[in-house]
Write a protein that binds this ligand. Structure first.
Ligand code: HT7
Ligand code: ZN
Length: 876
C-alpha cells in the first residue's frame, strides 16, 4: 500500500463525540454492536464518513435508525465508507469477529489455555478497526460507554476502560457489566478483558484526595507473583505526583497479565495490559533484572496516563511525543528509586546496540518519521530510546525546574487534546522564555552525529582549548545533514582527580562542578583560562547527547577518569572507551597494545579493590561491550574475527585480574541476602556473577565454582549466572545442569524462556542446529511471541557469531522462521527480519548470503504489510 506522509496530514472531516459499544463475547464468534455520534467538520461539506474496518463481518448498518441501502455505503477490505449529507448522525453497526483464530494479537483475541483461556484486546496502533468500524486515528477523541455480556462461568471477570457503571445476571447463565470512561480518548486506548482470572486488590489515595482502587488480575498460577508489581504501581503513582505533579484521575486502575503479547505492555486508559514477563516476580522465578524491569514497565505504563492518554498524539508520526517522553519519565523514576548510574549505563548500552545500528542501516528514520507504510514497524529504538535522549537533552538545557515548568505548561495546554512535537516545544519555550526551534532538527533528521573532540594545552598561557566538531553521515532519503544543537557537559580534573576551574575566556569565574558547552554549529572552539596544569577532560558527562564521541584521549587520562571521575557514568564511559580501543587493536593486529592493556587492567584492578565503589558499577566496568556493539561503525565485518578479538581482550582482563577477581568472588559469596531484592543486594550479586564469569574464563580449572554456585543458588540470578558460565565454557556437566534447570522450572513459561535464551546466545558452531531442535521442545510455541523472541530472537539479534555462521545456516534458519511467523503474527515476523537489516556492512560472503535470504523472503506470495515493509526497505 502507498506510504502515509506527514505532509499529507489533514484534520478529520468527521469527529466522533460519543461511542456506545455492546459486546456479546464468545471466543469463536463475538458480536460487536456500536453506536457512534458523529459530527462533520463544517469546512468539509462533501467528505463521506470513512470508518476503518479490517477482518470484520458486517451484519447490520443503520444511520439515525434507518438501515442503509447498498448504494448508500461501500464496504471494502479496509474501510466502510458512508455517503452522508447531514452534518451529524447516529451510526449503528453490528459486526462479527473471531477472537479464537486471531493469532496476529491485534484487536480482540484469546490468551492462555484450558480453564483460564480469556479474551483481551490490543488496539495500539491500528487494532480497534479489527473490533468495530471506526475512524481509527489518534486525533479522534470520544467518550466511551461499554457493555460486556458473556457466559458467567467461563468469563466471571468482565472489564473495560473507566469506572464501573452497573452489572447483573442474564438468562442462560450469562451476565453483563457496563463501564463509563469520562475522559475522551482515542480508539487505540480502548480495552476489554473477560475471563476467569484471579485478582489482588490494594488502594491508593492521591494527593488530590481521590481514593483509587488498584487491581492486578492474572491466571491462577501467576497471581501469587503480582505483589511486587502492586508495590511498584503505588511507588509510580506517588513519584509522578511528587516529581511531576501528576495525579491519577479515575476511581479504579486495573492491570491484567497475559503470556500472549507482542510487546512489553499497553497503557489502555485505566486498564493496562501487561506481558506477564514484565509483571510477575518472586525470588525463585525472577532475576534481579526481572525485578527492575517490572518496576520500570509498571512505571512506564502508569506514566502514560498523562504523557500519552490525557495528552495524546495527533498522528502516528508524533509517536515519540508520548513514547520518548514516557521513556524519559520511566528512566528518571528508576534513577530516583534505584541506581541512577546503573540505569544510565544500561540505557546507553541499549542506545548504542539497538539505536545506533538502526541509524547506520537501511531502516534508519528520524525520531519523528515523515513517512510510513506500516506503523507497527515504527515502535523502534529510534522513536523510544533516541526520543528519550532528546527529551533528556531538553531537560538538561532547561534545568530541572525549567523543564518541570515547561512540562506543566504542556499538560495544561494540551489536556484532552491530540498534540504534536511543535506543541511540546512551544510549551517548554513559553514556560522558560527561550527559543527551542533549532531542536526540531533533532526530531526530523535521522542518523547518529559524530562528535569529534580535540584539545590543546598552552602551559605558559594557562589556557586549555577544546575544539568540538560534528558530522552526520547521510541516511536513506537524507543525503545532506544539518548541524544540530549538541549540549556537551564537561568537567576538568588534574591527574590526581582534583577539579580544575571551568572559566571560559571573557567570563567571570564559575563555581559549578561541571558546565554545558553548547555546540550549535559544525565546529567550535572553547577556550578555558586560568587552567594551572594540563587537564584531564571529562566529556559528554552523563552522556549528555546521543552522539558517537571520537576522541583520541590519552590512555593515562582515561585511567584518571576511571579512578577519579565523580560522575559514575563517565568512569564507566572511560573504561568502555579504553576497552573498545583495545578491541580495535586486537581486531587490526591480533593483539591489544601491551601498555594500554596494562593501563586498563590496572585501573580496573583498583576499581575492583575499592570497597566504596558501587559493586554494580564495578561489574559494568568489567563487562565489555557485546560483539554487536563493538562491530557498530565497522565496515566489511567479519563476525568470527570480531568474536576472536573480543575474546582476546576479555581473556586478557580476566587473566590479569584473576587473583583479585577470585578474592572478591569469595568475599561476596559470604553475603546472607540471597533473597533480598533491594538495589544494594542486587549490586553485590551482579559483581559476584561478573567475577565468576571472569575467573572461569581465566582458568577453566575454576569451573567447579560455577557448578557449586549452580547447585547452591537460592535465587534465579545466581542460578542463571552459574549456568551461563557452564554453558559458555562448554563445561563437563553443563548438559546435566541444563536438564536439571528445566526440570526444576518445568511449567514455568517465563523461566523456561530464559533457559531457551541462554542456549540461543551461545556463540558455538552447533548453536543453530541446537536452536532449531529446541523449536520442537514442549516449552516452545510458534504462536507465543515471548517464546519466539526468547529463542529465535535471541539467536538472530544477540548471537552474531552463530547467526552469521559462514555456511549461511543461521540465516536460513531465521529466514524460514520469519516466513513461518508471517502467517501467524506479522508484527513478530517483521521485527525478527530486522536482523538482516545490516547486511551491507558485512564482508562479501555474508553480505551475499544475507542478501539472498532477503530476496527469498521478498519473493514469497502474500507477505504481510509488516514484513513487506521491512524487507522492502532493507533491500532498497
Ligand atoms: N504504547 C504501547 C505500544 C504497544 C504496541 C504497539 C504496536 C503493537 C502492539 C503493542 N503493544 C503495546 C507500549 C508502550 O510503549 O507503552
Ligand atoms: Zn510507552
Amino acid at each position: 500500500k502507498p506510504p502515509v506522509l506527514l505532509c499529507d496530514y489533514r484534520a478529520p472531516a468527521w469527529r466522533v463525540t460519543d461511542v456506545e459499544l455492546e459486546f456479546d463475547l464468545d471466543p469463536a464468534a463475538t458480536i460487536v454492536a456500536a453506536r457512534l455520534a458523529v459530527e462533520r467538520d463544517p469546512s468539509e461539506p462533501a467528505a463521506p464518513l470513512r470508518l476503518d474496518a479490517e477482518q470484520l463481518e458486517l451484519l447490520d448498518l443503520r444511520v439515525d435508525g434507518r438501515r442503509l441501502a447498498p448504494e448508500e455505503y461501500r464496504f471494502e477490505t479496509d474501510a466502510l465508507t458512508i455517503l452522508l449529507a447531514v452534518p451529524r448522525a447516529r451510526i449503528e453497526t453490528r459486526v462479527r469477529i473471531a477472537p479464537d483464530t486471531n493469532t496476529a494479537l491485534q484487536g480482540l483475541y484469546a490468551s492462555g489455555g484450558g480453564q483460564s483461556r480469556f479474551l483481551l484486546t490490543q488496539c495500539e496502533a491500528e487494532g480497534f478497526r479489527r473490533i468495530t468500524p471506526f475512524p481509527d486515528r489518534p486525533d479522534v477523541l470520544a467518550r466511551y460507554t461499554v457493555t460486556l455480556r458473556a457466559d458467567k462461568a467461563r468469563f466471571p471477570l468482565l472489564l473495560a476502560n473507566g469506572n464501573a457503571d452497573g452489572a447483573g445476571d442474564l438468562d442462560g447463565g450469562r451476565h453483563w457489566a457496563r463501564f463509563v470512561d469520562p475522559h475522551p480518548k482515542p480508539s487505540y486506548l480502548f480495552a476489554l478483558v473477560a475471563g476467569r482470572l484471579e485478582s489482588i486488590e490494594d488502594c491508593f489515595v492521591t494527593a488530590e484526595g481521590r481514593r483509587v482502587r488498584l487491581f492486578i488480575h492474572a491466571e491462577p498460577d501467576a497471581i501469587g507473583r503480582c505483589g511486587w508489581a502492586m508495590q511498584c504501581l503505588k511507588m509510580a503513582m506517588r513519584w509522578d505526583e511528587e516529581r511531576f505533579g501528576r495525579c491519577y484521575d479515575l476511581d479504579v486502575f486495573h492491570i491484567v497479565a497475559t503470556h500472549d503479547f507482542t510487546m512489553g505492555a499497553m497503557e489502555n486508559k485505566g486498564l493496562n495490559v501487561f506481558n506477564a514477563k514484565y509483571l510477575l516476580a518472586d525470588p525463585e522465578r525472577a532475576t534481579d533484572d526481572g525485578y527492575r524491569h517490572v518496576l520500570a514497565v509498571v512505571g512506564h505504563e502508569y506514566f502514560h496516563n498523562w504523557s500519552g492518554n490525557r495528552v495524546t498524539c495527533r498522528d502516528w508520526f508524533q509517536l515519540s511525543l508520548k513514547e520518548g517522553l514516557t521513556v524519559y519519565r520511566e528512566q528518571e523514576f528508576e534513577s530516583d528509586l534505584a541506581s541512577r548510574t546503573l540505569r544510565r549505563i544500561e540505557d546507553v548500552r541499549v542506545l548504542w546496540r539497538a539505536q545506533f545500528s538502526e541509524d547506520a542501516g537501511p531502516l534508519a528514520h528520524p525520531v519523528r518519521p515523515d513517512r510510513y507504510s506500516e506503523i507497527n514497524n515504527f515502535y523502534t529504538a529510534t522513536v523510544y530510546e533516541k526520543g528519550a535522549e532528546l527529551v533528556r537533552m531538553l531537560a538538561s538545557v532547561l534545568g530541572r525546574d525549567g523543564f518541570r515548568r515547561g512540562l506543566d505548561r504542556y499538560f495544561e495546554r494540551n489536556d484532552g487534546r491530540a498534540a504534536t512535537v511543535e506543541d511540546f516545544l512551544a510549551a517548554l519555550e513559553e514556560a522558560n522564555d527561550v527559543r527551542l526551534s533549532p531542536w526540531l532538527a533533532w526530531y526530523a533528521q535521522a542518523g547518529t552525529p559524530t562528535l569529534e573532540a580535540s584539545e590543546r594545552y598552552d602551559a605558559a598561557a594557562r589556557c586549555y582549548e577544546l575544539t568540538l566538531a560534528q558530522h552526520t553521515a547521510p541516511t536513506p532519503g537524507q543525503p545532506r545533514k544539518q548541524a544540530l544543537p549538541i549540549p556537551v557537559v564537561v568537567a576538568l580534573f588534574d591527574e590526581r582527580g582534583a577539579r580544575l576551574p571551568l572559566r571560559l575566556d571573557g567570563e567571570a569565574g564559575t563555581a559549578e562542578r561541571e558546565r554545558v558547552l553548547p555546540l550549535l554549529t559544525e565546529r567550535a572552539t572553547f577556550r578555558f583560562v586560568d587552567v594551572p596544569v594540563r587537564p584531564v577532560a571529562s566529556l559528554l558527562r552523563g552522556y549528555s547527547a546521543p552522539v558517537r564521541l571520537r576522541w583520541n584521549a590519552d590512555a593515562d587520562d582515561l585511567a584518571v577518569q576511571i579512578r577519579h571521575d565523580d560522575d559514575g557514568f563517565n568512569r564507566w564511559f572511560a573504561a568502555d572507551a579504553l576497552s573498545r580501543r583495545l578491541f580495535a587493536q586486537a581486531l587490526a593486529s591480533g593483539a591489544p597494545d601491551a601498555r594500554q592493556l596494562d593501563v586498563w587492567t590496572r585501573s580496573l584492578a583498583q576499581a575492583l579493590a575499592d570497597p566504596a565503589l558501587d559493586p554494580a558499577l564495578v561489574a559494568e566496568m568489567l563487562s565489555i561491550a557485546d560483539a554487536g556493539s563493538l562491530a557498530e561503525g565497522l565496515v566489511d565485518i567479519d563476525p568470527d574475527a570480531v568474536h576472536v578479538a573480543r575474546a582476546r581482550v576479555e581473556t586478557a582482563l580476566a587473566q590479569a585480574l584473576a587473583a583479585p577477581l577470585l578474592a572478591r568472588y569469595g568475599e561476596l559469596s559470604g553475603a546472607t541476602d540471597a533473597q533480598a531484592v533491594e538495589p544494594a543486594a542486587q549490586a553485590r550479586r551482579r559483581l559476584r556473577n561478573a567475577c565468576l564469569a571472569a575467573v572461569c574464563r581465566a582458568d577453566p580449572a575454576q569451573l567447579p565454582l560455577a557448578a557449586a554456585q549452580f547447585a547452591q543458588a537460592r535465587n534465579l540470578t545466581d542460578r542463571l549466572g552459574a549456568l551461563s558460565v557452564l554453558l559458555s565454557a562448554q563445561a563437563a556437566g553443563a548438559e546435566e545442569a541444563l536438564d536439571a534447570f528445566a526440570a526444576r522450572h518445568a511449567g514455568d513459561a517465563l523461566v523456561l524462556d530464559q533457559w531457551l535464551t541462554l542456549q540461543a546466545v551461545q556463540p558455538h558452531d552447533e548453536t543453530v542446529e541446537h536452536v532449531a531442535a529446541l523449536t520442537a521442545h514442549p516449552a516452545f510455541r510458534w504462536t507465543n511471541p515471548n517464546n519466539v523472541y526468547a529463542l529465535v530472537g535471541a539467536f538472530a539479534l544477540r548471537n552474531p557469531r552463530a547467526f552469521h555462521r559462514a555456511d549461511g545456516a543461521g540465516y536460513r534458519f531465521v529466514a524460514d522462521a520469519v516466513a513461518r511467523l508471517d502467517t501467524l503474527t506479522p508484527q513478530v515476523s517483521a521485527r525478527l527480519a530486522t536482523a538482516f537489516g545490516g547486511w551491507r556492512r558485512f564482508e562479501p560472503l555474508r553480505r551475499a548470503l544475507m542478501h539472498r535470504e532477503l530476496q527469498r523472503l521478498a519473493a514469497r506470495d502474500a507477505l504481510s504489510p509488516d514484513l513487506a515493509d521491512i524487507v522492502g526497505r532493507s533491500l532498497a
